[in-house]
Write a protein that binds this ligand. Structure first.
Ligand SMILES: [Zn+2]
Length: 70
């Protein structure tokens, strides 16, 4: 689920300093709510896992491609 962006001085299990905006993100979940700060904390990047989770479900299923044999 989409949530307001937050970052943390503790980056959890992330490799880079990033901000999160999805509560299903594994990295975001590794950061305790008490350690979260509202905002994107520029110049941090957006978390790549949050970006993937933010894609609409239709992006993962293509009816045309699934009918084509490999
Ligand atoms: Zn994230």
């Amino acid at each position: 689920m989409r949530i307001p962006p937050f970052y943390s001085p503790l980056r959890g299990i992330a490799l880079d300093e990033v901000w999160h905006d999805n509560d299903e993100c594994t990295v975001a979940r590794s950061i305790a709510p008490a350690d979260r700060i509202a905002g994107v904390g520029a110049p941090r990047k957006r978390c790549p896992y949050c970006a993937v989770l933010d894609r609409p479900a239709t992006a993962f299923t293509c009816p045309v491609a699934s009918k084509q044999p490999k």
